[in-house]
Ligand binder design. Structure first.
Ligand code: NAD
Ligand code: LMR
Length: 330
C-alpha cells in the first residue's frame, strides 16, 4: 500500500493553553489516524513565538513517528501556504473593561487577515474549524475574506457543547455516554445556544421519556450553555483539554465520517434551513461521510425549540451586524 502523503495542519494560537493540549494529540495521530503523517505549522503572534518554539522542542522530543514536519512562525501567509487543515484557535481574549465592539473589532482584524492568507495560499481541499471566540462570527469573517474558498469549508466548533450535553444527559439517565445518540446544539457558541435533546435517544429510548421538561429547562440547558463559565469559575482558567479534544473530534468526524445512526453538531454557513438566515454560521446537527458533511434535514421543531433557536440566531445576526457596523464585513 502506498504511504499516505503528509497532511499540512496549521494551528493558530499554538502557544496558548488549548494549543498545548492539541498539538501533541494531532502529532500522535489522534485526529487523522495512525497512517497519516502530519506537517505541523504553529502560528503565533511575534511575542509568543518563543513560547511556541518551546512547545516545538517538546514535540520533537516525543519522536512521534507521524510528525513529518514542524515549523513555528508569525506570518499568516507562510502558515497557510499549502495548508490542508487549519485549527484557528488564537484569538484576542476579552480584557478588563473591554467593550464588546472592541473585542469584535480586535478579532475581526485577526480573522480577516487569516482569511485572506487562506484564500491566497491554502490547498484545494482546505478545511478549517474556528475555536477562538466569538467562534461563529470569527468563522464568518474568515470565510468572507476567502471568497475563492467554498464557505462550507469554514466551520466553527460546537462539539464541546455537544459533548457537554451528552455527558449531562448520560449522567441524568444513569447510562454510559456511548448509549446517547442524536443530541444537537443549535445556534451560537455562547450562553444563548440551544442544547436540544428532543431527538435524542438513550439506549434506544427517547430521551424525552426519561427526563422531564422541568429538568431540561431548569437544569440541563443552563448547565450546558453555561459550562464554559462554570469551568472558568472552578478551574480558574477557560476549558483547554476538553476544547482541544472537541476540536480533534470535530475534524476527525468531518474527515472520517459520523457513526451510523448518530450525528454531531457544527456551526456551518446556513443555507437557510431551519429558518436560519443564509450565510450566518449557526450550529446545527450534521452527518458526515466521504470527507463532506450535510445538515440533518426535516427534523420536527417544537414551539419551545423554535423560540430557543430563534433567540440564539438573533444573537448571531446581531454579532454580524455589529461587525458590519464597524466596516469589517461587507
Ligand atoms: P490562550 O490565551 O491560552 O491562547 C491564545 C493564544 O492565541 C495566545 O498564545 C495568543 O498569543 C494567540 N494569538 C492571539 N492572536 C493571534 C493571532 N493573530 N495569530 C496567532 N495566534 C494568536 O487561550 P486558549 O485558552 O488557548 O483559548 C483560545 C480561544 O479559544 C479563546 O478565544 C477561547 O475563548 C476559545 N475557546 C473556545 C471554545 C469553543 O468551544 N469554541 C472552548 C474553549 C475556549
Ligand atoms: C467554553 O465554552 O469553555 C469557552 O468558550 C469559554 C470561554 O469563554 O472561553
Amino acid at each position: 500500500m502506498a504511504a499516505h502523503d503528509p497532511v499540512t495542519v496549521t494551528v493558530t494560537g499554538a502557544a496558548g493553553q488549548i494549543g498545548y493540549a492539541l498539538l501533541f494529540r494531532i502529532a500522535s495521530g489522534a485526529m487523522l489516524g495512525p497512517d497519516v503523517p502530519v506537517r505541523l505549522r504553529l502560528l503565533e503572534v511575534p511575542q509568543a513565538v518563543r513560547a511556541a518554539e518551546g512547545t516545538a522542542l517538546e514535540l520533537t522530543d516525543c519522536a512521534f513517528p507521524l510528525l513529518a514536519g514542524l515549523d513555528v512562525m508569525d506570518d499568516p501567509a507562510k502558515a497557510f501556504d499549502g495548508a490542508n487543515i487549519a485549527l484557528l484557535v488564537g484569538a484576542r481574549p476579552r480584557g478588563p473593561g473591554m467593550e464588546r465592539a472592541e473585542l469584535l473589532s480586535a478579532n475581526a482584524g485577526i480573522f480577516s487577515v487569516q482569511g485572506r492568507a487562506i484564500n491566497d495560499g491554502a490547498a484545494p481541499d482546505f478545511r478549517a474549524v474556528v475555536v477562538g471566540n466569538p467562534a461563529n462570527t470569527n468563522a464568518l469573517i474568515a470565510s468572507a475574506h476567502a471568497p475563492d474558498v467554498p464557505a462550507r469549508r469554514f466551520t466553527a466548533m460546537t462539539r464541546l457543547d455537544h459533548n457537554r450535553a451528552v455527558a449531562q444527559l448520560a449522567a441524568k439517565a444513569g447510562a454510559a455516554v456511548s448509549e446517547v445518540r442524536n443530541v444537537a446544539i443549535w445556534g451560537n457558541h455562547s450562553a444563548s445556544q440551544y442544547p436540544d435533546i428532543s431527538h435524542a435517544t438513550v439506549s434506544g429510548r427517547a430521551a424525552s421519556s426519561l427526563v422531564d421538561q422541568e429538568w431540561i429547562e431548569g437544569q440541563f440547558i443552563p448547565r450546558v450553555s453555561q459550562r464554559g463559565a462554570e469551568v472558568i469559575a472552578v478551574r480558574g482558567g477557560s476549558s483547554a483539554a476538553s476544547a482541544a479534544n472537541a476540536a480533534i473530534e470535530h475534524m476527525k468526524l468531518w474527515i472520517q465520517g459520523t457513526p451510523a445512526g448518530d450525528w454531531t453538531s457544527m456551526a456551518v454557513p446556513s443555507d437557510g434551513s431551519y429558518g436560519v438566515p443564509e450565510g450566518l454560521f449557526a450550529s446545527v446537527p450534521v452527518t458526515a461521510a466521504g470527507g463532506d458533511y450535510a445538515v440533518v434535514r426535516d427534523l420536527d421543531i417544537s414551539d419551545f425549540s423554535r423560540s430557543r433557536i430563534d433567540a440564539s440566531v438573533a444573537e448571531l445576526a446581531a454579532e454580524r451586524d455589529a461587525v458590519r457596523g464597524l466596516g469589517l464585513l461587507t
